[in-house]
Write a protein that binds this ligand. Structure first.
Ligand code: C2O
Ligand code: CU
Ligand code: CU
Length: 536
């Protein structure tokens, strides 16, 4: 096999020894020797950023500093507000992009291990999507170039080095992306200090304030759960607010924990945006389920609340996301077994996330618009495979969560994972039971059935729409989460509950190449619960 360039060499280094690239066509390598290694002449960037990842020490708990991995950035070119540093924090800077901007990022890996950045939610060319084949070694540099095609919304960048993603995100390699556009600017939405990020993560610390990761067998397989909830990198988060409307951009940046967001006084939640886009209309819910990788933009008007009063954002109790055996143990032992597995905060227990205190009375406030943005509803008449949906079969094999019966292979796609550029597909996401064909029906349980759990499924590239959920075979506990899904907007990550089946519609426009789909329970992703579409 003739080695053509650096990217290819990197790629081969990471492929299993002796594997032949049967499935991947030559044009994937046709960019010449410069994928990520040189600037493209003629790509005139509006925004240029110098990015690096480095070990750092930050204050999180009182007492000693915590060792983290952190993204840093400086602005070489572009509007001053492009970078917004969250002070004393492990999160990377908030990236404020405008639709239509051309962005170039020079990323240098100053860690002592490989890494790469993925811009979760942005629809970018494959060479800039942070596919793990582009992982760079310590000391190396990768140049990203992309145009911001996204509509206004909230996205989330993070490490995507295969096998390292979960631990690197856990140790801090993540940050928020805010995209604005003309359509959003015409709406009177809260801006500036009234538009706040809520990056929600759970962590576990040792007595010296150092991050602890994966210690028990169940959490290696089911996902890491921490016992300390952080918002924007801080525990016991408290925000001073004025008596007016706010926009909160909530991101679940946790490795595996799912949140059931609700206000403590029963105030309904109002969502104005979901993953990377405003909703057509505001949606009111008693609570909102937010799984890893998902975002929701919340509207909350504090008008009429007394000075000094507090409102607390909670995660309420729920069940049914873990394998039945886990829920049983937690219940039978009054939480004891869950604690044994997860050091104190079992999956689905109730806890506060952040407190909002009204510290200033004001009289002016924007009013919640009735209509937000134009929304082209995709229907079955838009897809070319209504009768033969692409499958995404979820399964928990012993110590090996799989998609379509497989784990991730950098250099392989299955036939049905090849998708024509410009096409629009119906995709069916369902739980596969052990021993059954992946295109097929329901098994009789077995290990796959007993281990069935909730998976937040994320598809790279263009956002999709949810056609429907089939709930005939859902498990116990579903009733505790069912009113919390925001399915009316553009999505890139969706929670699939045990027994549930989803149909989605996804366009595959603009870019050829390999686009990943995977479970965003990052421990599952690391174990290989990831595959890819080849768009050509
Ligand atoms: Cu947020 Cu492929 O990831
Ligand atoms: Cu992504
Ligand atoms: Cu999963």
């Amino acid at each position: 096999m003739k080695i053509k360039n650096d990217a290819r060499r990197r790629f081969l280094r990471q492929s299993a020894a002796g594997m032949v690239m049967t499935a991947l066509p030559e044009w994937l390598w046709a960019y010449g020797g410069k994928i990520g290694s040189a600037v493209t002449p003629g790509f005139n960037a509006d925004v240029e950023l110098d990015f690096y990842a480095q070990q750092a020490y930050v204050p999180i708990l009182s007492g000693g500093l915590t060792a983290v991995q952190k993204f840093y950035a400086t602005r070489l070119k572009g509007p001053q507000q492009t970078l917004q540093q969250l002070p004393g924090n492990y999160l990377g800077p908030v990236l404020n992009f405008q639709k239509g901007q051309k962005v170039r990022v020079f990323f240098t890996n100053k860690l002592s291990e490989p890494t790469i950045i993925h811009w979760h939610g942005l629809h970018v060319p494959q060479a800039s999507d942070g596919h793990p084949m582009y992982t760079i070694a310590a000391g190396e540099r990768f140049i990203y170039e992309f145009e911001v095609l996204n509509r206004a919304g909230t996205s989330f960048y993070h490490s995507h080095a295969h096998g390292l993603t979960a631990e690197q995100v856990y140790r801090g390699l993540a940050g928020l992306i805010v995209v604005t556009d003309g359509e959003e600017n015409r709406l009177e939405l809260p801006r500036g200090e009234y538009d706040l990020p809520l990056v929600i993560q759970d962590r576990r610390f040792d007595v010296k304030n150092q991050l602890q990761y994966l210690q028990t067998m169940p959490e290696r397989m089911l996902g890491f759960l921490g016992d300390t909830i952080l918002v924007n990198g801080k525990p016991n988060a408290e925000f001073a607010v004025k008596s007016r409307a706010y926009r909160f951009r909530a991101v679940n940046g946790s490795n595996s924990r799912i949140y059931k967001l609700a206000w403590d006084d029963g105030t309904p939640l109002i969502a104005i945006g979901s993953d990377a886009g405003l909703l057509p209309n505001p949606v009111t819910k008693p609570y909102i389920m937010l799984s890893p990788g998902e975002r929701v933009d919340l509207w909350l008007d504090f008008s009429g609340r007394p000075l000094g009063s507090k409102l607390v954002l909670y995660s309420l109790a729920f069940s049914g996301v873990m394998p039945a055996m886990y829920d049983n143990m937690v219940n039978r032992s009054g939480g004891g077994m869950g604690m044994m597995m997860h050091h104190g905060l079992s999956h689905g227990s109730k806890f506060p996330i952040a407190t909002f205190k009204i510290t200033e009375m004001v009289t002016d406030s924007p009013k919640l618009p009735g209509k937000l943005v134009d929304f082209p509803h995709l229907t079955l008449s838009d897809v070319d495979n209504a009768e033969q949906p692409l499958p995404i079969a979820l399964a928990m094999q012993p110590m090996r969560p799989t998609l379509n019966g497989q784990t991730f292979a950098m250099d392989r796609v299955m036939d049905f994972e090849k998708v024509a550029l410009g096409s629009c597909k119906k995709i069916r996401i369902f739980h596969q039971h052990n021993g059954m064909g992946m295109m097929g029906g329901r098994g009789m349980g077995g290990m796959g059935g007993r281990m069935e759990m909730a998976h937040p499924i994320h598809l790279h590239g263009q956002q999709f729409q949810i056609l429907g959920r089939k709930t005939a075979a859902v498990h116990a506990g579903y009733e505790t989460v069912k009113d919390g899904f925001i399915d009316s907007g553009w999505k890139d990550t969706v929670l699939v509950m045990p027994g549930e089946e989803l149909e989605i519609i996804k366009p595959f426009q603009d870019y050829k190449g390999l686009y990943l789909y995977h479970c965003h329970n990052l421990e599952h992703e690391n174990l290989g619960m990831m595959r890819q579409f080849l768009i050509s």
